[in-house]
Design a protein around this ligand. Sequence first.
Ligand SMILES: *[C@@H]1O[C@H](CO)[C@@H](O)[C@H](O)[C@H]1NC(C)=O
Ligand SMILES: *[C@@H]1O[C@H](CO)[C@@H](O)[C@H](O)[C@H]1NC(C)=O
Ligand SMILES: *[C@@H]1O[C@H](CO)[C@@H](O)[C@H](O)[C@H]1NC(C)=O
Ligand SMILES: *[C@@H]1O[C@H](CO)[C@@H](O)[C@H](O)[C@H]1NC(C)=O
Length: 490
Amino acid sequence: MGNFRSLSWLLILSVILEGVTLEVQGLAINWGSRSSHPLPPNIAVRLLKDNGFDKVKLFEADPGPLKALGHSGIQVMVGIPNELLIPLSSSVQAAVNWVSQNVSTFISKYGVDIRYVAVGNEPFLKAYKDMYVKTTFPALQNIQAALIKAGLGQQVKATVPLNGDVYQTDSGLPSGGDFRSDIRTLMISIVKFLRNNGAPLTVNIYPFLSLDADPDFPFEYAFFDGKAKPVVDGSITYTNVLDANFDTLMAALEKNGFGSTPVIIGEVGWPSDGTPNANNQNARRFNQGLLNRINSGKFSPKHPSMPDIYLFAFIDEDMKSVDPGNFERHWGIFYYDGSIKYPLDVGNGKNLVAAKGVKYLSRHWCVMAPQASLSDPNLPGATSYACSYADCTSLGYGSSCGNLDAKSNASYAFNMYYQTMDQKQGSCSFNNLTVLTVIDPSQGSCRFEIMIDNKTHAKTPSRSTSSRGKHVTSLLVLLHVIALIFCCMF
Ligand SMILES: *[C@@H]1O[C@H](CO)[C@@H](O)[C@H](O)[C@H]1NC(C)=O
Ligand SMILES: *[C@@H]1O[C@H](CO)[C@@H](O)[C@H](O)[C@H]1NC(C)=O
Ligand SMILES: *[C@@H]1O[C@H](CO)[C@@H](O)[C@H](O)[C@H]1NC(C)=O
Ligand SMILES: *[C@@H]1O[C@H](CO)[C@@H](O)[C@H](O)[C@H]1NC(C)=O
């Protein structure tokens, strides 16, 4: 009897354990790799898994991240950069080669669970001045044909991540939504094609950019706390721009007879630095509101069914172009090294956890020498040289290091250079203007970084975690079997 009782408990326990693992809502995120010191892919994949992300979008077929994602249980959308749209649009064979090298191989050889190919990245953005308008659709068609040829037509769908400006509303209300008139016919062809292939439409929606671009944009309307002056559209009331924007797209689809098209939100997020509205507080407020919404399972007032939403982004990228603004290098929910920027509840009260096993360069910072003078004629040239190689976007007005005094400001530039150069001999010698210190010069919100030691990581790759997940599952199955055998014996 005693045995029976404890084994029943075992059965119950194993069912509960399984329940817990199943209950955690899967999350999706964008993983870009324009970093001088990228997080080692196996550490990054473990970081994704530790925080409940089971879908990831890559901007290109990066072999390191792709291999690390093999057998991880994470679904992958792999991107094709815009530069490849021209060759892929003009040659079916180029598309066949692309799919063979960048999809088939990773599926069959490395066990990567590729579900989507993202053809181009916001190719119809107005800033590109129609550069990709002619090539995007043919490239999509060729990639789709190549996927079918490779026997992957069911498993992998081709889509095009579009910028939110492919649709608009003349009335200012979501119900007035329609496609931008200059590309309306093209959009209809693309949506028709996606539907015929059972593929989703992908759009990127950026409340932050709406706010950043328009000084009259109502600040609260960017967030999810319901504090904004509502926008009333017939019987529907909107209190945040993400809902309104999404329903504008849905209205555009309905108006053109494609109301039931599945939609993916390919990017949405908030940067934490580089401009006054980009800080940890606003980023946390936006991303927490978004995660709460995702975990609630209910989306916009008119279209409550939850689309897949890929957060932007996973980790900061210090080599991204700053053409859109200094904030561009600070979209990560993690710093570049997988450390935590601000707390986030990713669901069920579970807090974001940091990357494990990251190895850093030694704790040495390069700073302006105490005896060096701010009026030294070499100083301006030295700092601007440092910042042309290293990321100084945190020094701008309203940014995390924007309040440093002139000496610390110069130190920040020197240190970023020294770290970016892997603390190489000679990279902290600017005409006697600098010295090394072991005292962390960070102050307030301003972090003086130490970079990842990618040489040590390259020599001692940490073990992948994929086998661990499998062991947990088999343990659960084993518990089940033992419990079932014993319970039925009594
Ligand atoms: C390590 O960092 C250096 C310096 O930024 C870079 O050139 C190199 O490509 C990096 N290596 C790896 C494996 O990421
Ligand atoms: C595979 O993708 C990479 C990264 O985008 C690209 O450089 C390469 O040319 C692709 N392979 C083929 C055969 O197109
Ligand atoms: C801080 O450093 C940046 C980059 O070197 C420079 O552009 C800016 O003028 C400096 N600000 C002050 C207050 O010294
Ligand atoms: C740096 O300092 C040393 C020692 O004070 C001096 O000999 C040297 O000329 C200085 N170099 C420059 C470039 O100022």
